[in-house]
Write a protein that binds this ligand. Structure first.
Ligand code: NAP
Length: 256
């Protein structure tokens, strides 16, 4: 056995059902894989069927259980259908990870209505839609974990990302409010703020910008999607039952 697995967080989520939005690639895929390895049955949600199926196949090849749900996370009706179907299929919903997100970066004078609306819809409206529908069954069951993927951009801003940072700061406000609403029913709601993580989203920055980013990060490297997934595992676990309304930053010290 290599040294690595024993060093990683070990969480037992056997018998639990999780929904992960944006599970077709990047951070969402890593989260879905880790939840699957921890024993949860994972509903993988996104729009790209082929890539989603690849995530589900990988979970199953590792001995886990997964299903694919094609869904535009901005569409209210489809979101409700997905949650209803997951509960019909697996009888319960224990963990919701709101991870799907997009960027449409440009400086504020040049930001179009479409740049603003599309980012707010994919990143913030989606969290509202999934949380609203998931909250009722979780409250009835007197247990649940809602984990929202925000960003350091929502904490400190980032030039060119007025739309994105507004959506990510909005997630933090929503997390704190919904945490207060659901705490007495034993449902926790937390946010994770990744810094710069190596995915297609940050690949788009190009090598020169990535080198500049590394100089700004005290850890001198980009994070790995798996390192965000480990934080999700912890917040999803029984060990985190008394943690709610919090923001966990996974950024190599960028905001320290
Ligand atoms: P990514 O590689 O671009 O993946 C984004 C995911 O979101 C894809 O699976 C995509 O799936 C899904 N998605 C986007 N719009 C959707 C929609 N309308 N309906 C359904 N699914 C949709 O991004 P990532 O880097 O993994 O980022 C994941 C999350 O972490 C995002 O919320 C992002 O803002 C946040 N984050 C990332 C970083 C970073 O450095 N990478 C840093 C901070 C925060 P389809 O295209 O198949 O629909």
């Amino acid at each position: 056995m290599t040294e690595e697995p024993s060093r990683r967080i070990q969480v037992d989520l056997t018998g639990q059902t999780a929904i992960v939005t944006g599970a077709s690639r990047g951070i969402g895929k890593a989260i879905a894989l880790e939840l699957g390895k921890a024993g949860a049955q994972v509903a993988c949600v996104a729009r790209n069927q082929e890539k989603l199926q690849a995530t589900a196949d990988q979970i199953q090849e590792a001995g886990g259980t997964a299903a694919v749900y094609l869904c535009d996370v901005t569409d209210s009706e489809t979101v409700t259908q997905v949650i209803d179907t997951v509960i019909d299929t697996w009888g319960q919903l224990d963990i919701l990870v709101n991870n799907a997100g997009i960027t449409r970066d440009t400086l504020i004078p040049r930001m179009s209505d479409e740049d603003w609306d599309s980012v707010l819809a994919a990143n913030l409206r989606s969290v509202f839609l999934f949380t609203r529908t998931a909250s009722m069954p979780m409250m009835r069951k007197r247990s649940g974990r809602i984990i929202n993927i925000s960003s350091v951009s929502g904490l400190m801003g980032n030039p060119g990302q007025a739309n994105y940072s507004a959506s990510k700061a909005g997630i933090i406000g929503m997390t704190q409010t919904v945490a207060r609403e659901l705490a007495s029913r034993k449902v926790t709601v937390n946010a994770i703020c990744p810094g710069f993580i190596a995915t297609e989203m940050t690949d788009a920055l190009g090598p020169a910008v990535q080198e500049e980013v590394k100089k700004r990060v005290p850890a001198r490297r980009l994070g790995q999607a798996k390192e965000v997934a480990d934080a999700v595992l912890y917040l999803a676990s029984q060990s985190a039952a008394y943690i709610t309304g919090q923001v966990l930053t996974v950024d190599g010290g960028l905001t320290a």
